[in-house]
Design a binder for this molecule. Structure first.
Ligand SMILES: [Cu+2]
Length: 504
């Protein structure tokens, strides 16, 4: 320990700024759905350990992918240290191929820069390398694999490297980190396809997709910093609702106050980090990538465009060629959300997550900033991660009376369509669909049905396999729950008969 370090430690201790660990006189950064890398002080050096390995990663409840991780998680644990620290990283490679870690944006000796072949030889499977350097700056930096990047980064090998200044002029009350990633995971599969270059189907904050994203929480009036990093393929304009903010730093360092300007959206491109700060305003606020395909999940891809196309009477005809075809998309994609449309096993629905009013029609790069006056203060990442994991955690904002938009025309008539249906398998004439396991939810009410208690109820399968069945039950062909027949069914049947006559 140098004399300067001892002095700093003594000063910090005297000022009561040091909680658990020596030198931690800063507001700790919380990584939603993530973790912080622990360290041990050895002879004045902060020693961190990272192991790169294959792992199973949950993108949201219901979907797990085979990722490559640091210490079993993607993004890797957030590294936190303080400007001036001497740090050592012991990096063990348990991947089936060579790797190395690049300390992205850090000012360090060339031989510690971690580029395979250029700054070092690869860390071969089973080997451990030591990296050691002094932190000569502060800011939001990153670390990521720098060997076979297309595969390794594509599978999740990156993390945040946050260096706190020795002293911060303006106190931050809450500090959060988000890492942006894109993936292509074929519906029904758990293997991200790393060869995809542009047309991804899954977009994540900290490798989690809504409704699997943990909200960032604060109290009214608190100063909040959000740090966003990316080593993705595409730039992502991240927009936050209800506030304006200033971008206060890039991966190159702090932006002088005189050079900052207000924004509501910050573009974060591959290889960049951006820190923005704002004063929290009460509410439940959305934060999401504003590219409109990015706050959605894999089921939103490869859907035929049926917007404005009436499919009345067509459905049954198509079913003759494509059994199980289901007309949808005529009035927009909301139907899919209302239907709770789920894909094959291990595939997230296109959108949806339980909200305080109804389903939230989003997925992918979408999360929440919850500003409630009674929001707990968390002392550590562990405490925060334990309590705040999913969008509903932390409760919902209690809107003051008269501050919620409301209907002035009364409740709308029930929208026609397949409302109330729930499919267990990807459905609806989309590529690669398996039509075998569709199910109606018990509350499903077929369109146009006017229940007549005196009438004898007959049942049918919506796929047309069985009709006029006297008793409810399941279709012997597709396993779908039979539904009561309606007046519309009689009309459709008549139309079908007419068609048959014509073709005779
Ligand atoms: Cu985006």
């Amino acid at each position: 320990m140098t004399l300067r370090r001892i002095n700093l430690a003594v000063l910090a201790l005297a000022a009561g700024l040091v909680p658990a660990a020596w030198g931690a006189a800063y507001t700790p950064v919380f990584t939603p759905n993530g973790s912080t890398l622990p360290w041990k002080m050895e002879d004045g050096v902060k020693v961190f350990r990272l192991t790169i390995d294959q792992c199973k990663h949950e993108v949201a409840p219901g979907m797990t992918v085979d990722a490559w991780c640091y210490n079993g998680v993607t993004p890797g644990p957030t590294i936190e240290a303080v400007e001036g620290d001497r740090v050592r990283f012991l990096v063990t490679n348990k991947l089936p191929e060579g790797s190395s870690i690049h300390w992205h944006g850090l000012i360090l000796p060339s031989g510690m820069d971690g580029v395979s072949g250029l700054s070092q030889r690869r860390i071969m499977p089973g080997e451990t390398f030591s990296y050691q350097f002094t932190l000569r700056q502060h800011g939001t930096q990153m670390y990521h694999s720098h060997g076979d990047e297309m595969v390794q980064i594509g599978l999740g090998t990156m993390g945040m490297f946050i260096i706190h200044p020795r002293e911060r002029k303006r106190k931050i009350d809450r500090d959060y980190a988000l890492f942006l990633s894109e993936w292509f995971v074929e519906p029904g599969s758990s293997k991200p396809n790393v060869n995809i270059m542009t047309d991804f189907n899954l977009f994540t904050f900290n490798s989690r997709a809504f409704p699997g994203t943990a909200p960032m929480v604060a109290r009214t009036g608190e100063r909040v910093r959000i740090r966003i990093g990316s080593v993705a393929q595409d730039c992502h304009p991240v927009h936050m609702h209800g506030h304006t903010f200033n971008v206060v730093a890039t991966d190159g360092g702090d932006i002088p106050e005189s050079a900052q300007w207000p924004e509501t959206t910050v573009v974060v491109c591959p290889g960049q980090t951006r820190d923005f700060e704002f004063t929290a305003i009460g509410g439940d606020w959305a934060i999401h990538c504003h590219k409109r395909h990015h706050p959605m999940n894999p089921m939103g891809h490869d859907i035929p465009n049926m917007l404005g196309v009436s499919q009345k009477g067509v459905e049954k005809k198509i079913r003759k060629i494509e059994p199980g075809y289901m007309a949808m998309g005529e009035t927009g994609m909301d139907d899919m959300m209302e239907m709770g449309m789920a894909g094959p096993e291990n595939t997230l629905p296109m959108m949806g997550g339980e909200g305080p009013f109804e389903m939230i029609g989003m997925g992918g790069m979408f999360s929440l900033v919850k500003v409630h006056d009674d929001m707990p203060k968390f002392a550590s990442q562990e405490e925060y991660a334990k309590r705040i994991r999913l969008p509903e955690d932390g409760g919902w904002f209690k809107n003051p009376p008269g501050t919620v938009a409301e209907s002035i025309t009364g409740k709308p008539p029930k929208k026609s369509g397949h409302g109330g249906m729930k499919m267990d398998e990807k459905e609806g004439g989309m590529e690669g669909m398996d039509h075998s396991k569709m199910k109606m939810t018990p509350d499903a009410k077929p369109q146009g049905e006017k229940p007549d208690p005196a009438a004898k109820v007959l049942y049918r399968c919506d796929m047309g396999h069985v009709k006029h069945q006297a008793a409810p039950g399941e279709c012997p062909v597709c396993g779908m729950k039979l539904r009561p027949e309606t007046a519309q069914d009689a009309l459709d049947d008549a139309e079908e008969e007419k068609d048959k006559e014509k073709t005779k």
